[in-house]
Ligand binder design. Structure first.
Ligand SMILES: Cc1cc2nc3c(=O)[nH]c(=O)nc-3n(C[C@H](O)[C@H](O)[C@H](O)COP(=O)(O)OP(=O)(O)OC[C@H]3O[C@@H](n4cnc5c(N)ncnc54)[C@H](O)[C@@H]3O)c2cc1C
Length: 384
């Protein structure tokens, strides 16, 4: 606060910026998807602006923060500062009518529970180190649409309306994305394809620090599941997601009931509470419009079985950053020029996401205590 320049009446006067700055690429949203896109494009020599509406990248955290180590290593070199805990085990309890019908425990893989406040910021800093600029506390309020194509964005930057020109826009603005809709892409999310989530960070727990916990129980979390992701020192992310159309109460009501009913969790004390939605739909299609690409949660690139989207967003962001560079180099940033992004996603990440969605559909809510689903879920959580 001390660094802000205050006017006579105490109001904050933003530093002057050119009225209509121009970049090769504007990326909206500094989550893992947006920061990876900005990093990749800046590394390839593009001038890049990454715009984030929050004043602190990565905060508040709306995530259980679990990723597979191998998958993360395929994208970045993990740093200790971002890692809360390393896990190699997971256990799944399936219950029907309060009775345990299946219990599974296994391991072998390596998982990480990240510290996303640090992780998200580190990814943005990596983009900056590669040459990208970042604006925080800057909300994109509209698209500049010229000649049937996205040509930039309108931004509320510290209370001042600005326009920023861009050769290409990447919309990585999360589950509540508006940019896709503004560009005419279909980003609607059916209630049955959304999980409403609530999560406590609980302290004072006596929980195996090497083990993720999952509960598949229609009374506890209809259409979804509950989780415990340890974060070291007796702390854990304890949360659940409920299929939006099946919720009879708020996600927080469900969470309180779950915590109360589990002796291992009841003794814990909440340190933080977060709420958020997870899209568990099929990935959006098309992913490109003239001058614009959709990335991460904005494109529904989330595993429909687990609700995990960090790795998918990073993977897609990386690809979109590369395609932006290629399209600008070729002089064709139309939907056709950006189509190789769609093709790359369809043949890799998209296939995996489609497979998870199909498997989830094969076991609709109410049938997931089936040991065959439990086994699939164990594989999808990636620690087997
Ligand atoms: C409770 C919960 C638990 C989860 N647990 C896991 C987990 O354990 N593992 C996992 O892999 N995934 C998990 N997820 C999903 C994961 O958090 C997301 O898939 C991931 O963050 C997607 O990254 P993203 O970059 O697409 O979007 P986000 O991380 O959501 O980032 C989007 C960014 O865009 C910004 N933004 C939005 N609109 C604008 C605008 N108009 N102007 C400027 N900026 C804007 C937002 O402020 C935000 O910072 C969980 C989600 C929830 C809700």
């Amino acid at each position: 606060v001390g660094a802000l320049s205050l006017g006579e009446r105490g109001e904050h006067r933003p530093v002057a910026r050119p009225l209509r700055p121009s970049y090769d690429l504007v990326v909206v949203g500094a989550g893992p998807g947006g920061s990876m896109a900005a990093w990749r494009a800046a590394s390839l020599g593009l001038s890049v602006l990454l715009i984030e509406k929050r004043q602190e990248i990565g905060s508040p955290v709306r995530c259980a923060e679990g990723v597979s180590l191998v998958a993360l290593q395929g994208l970045v070199d993990p740093e200790e500062a971002w890692i809360s805990a390393r896990v190699s085990q997971s256990q799944i309890v399936a219950r029907v009518g309060g009775k345990v019908t299946d219990r599974w425990r296994g391991g072998g893989g390596q998982g990480l529970v990240l510290e996303r406040r640090v992780f998200d910021r580190a990814l943005a800093e990596r983009a900056v180190a590669a040459g990208a600029q970042v604006w925080v506390k800057a909300t994109v309020t509209g698209l500049l649409w010229e000649g049937g194509a996205a040509r930039g964005v309108e931004v509320d930057w510290h209370g001042r309306q600005m326009q920023v020109e861009a050769g290409v826009v990447i919309a990585a603005d999360g589950v509540e994305s508006r940019l896709g809709t503004w560009a005419g892409l279909n980003t609607t999310l059916a209630q049955r394809d959304a999980l409403v989530c609530a999560q406590y960070l609980l302290g004072g727990l006596d929980w195996d620090p090497d083990c993720l916990g999952f509960w598949i129980d229609e009374e506890i979390a209809p259409g979804g599941y509950a989780w415990v992701f340890p974060k070291g020192e007796g702390r854990a992310n304890v949360g659940l997601g409920v299929q939006a159309d099946l919720a009879q109460a708020t996600a927080l009501n469900y969470l309180d009931r779950f915590v109360e009913g589990e002796p291992a969790l009841k003794c814990g004390s909440p340190v933080t509470l977060v709420a958020g939605n997870v899209p568990t739909a099929l990935p959006s299609r098309p992913l490109v419009a003239n001058g614009l690409m959709l990335v991460g949660d904005a494109a529904r690139q989330v595993d429909a079985l687990t609700g995990g989207g960090i790795i998918a967003a990073m993977t897609a962001g990386c690809t979109a950053g590369r395609v932006a560079q290629e399209a600008l180099a070729s002089g064709d940033t139309s939907a056709r020029g950006l189509l190789s992004y769609q093709v790359a996603i369809d043949s890799g990440l998209g296939r995996r996401l489609h497979r998870s969605y199909r498997l989830r559909e094969r076991y609709p809510a109410g049938t997931r205590a089936d040991p065959r689903f439990v086994r699939l879920f164990a594989v999808a959580t990636g620690l087997q």
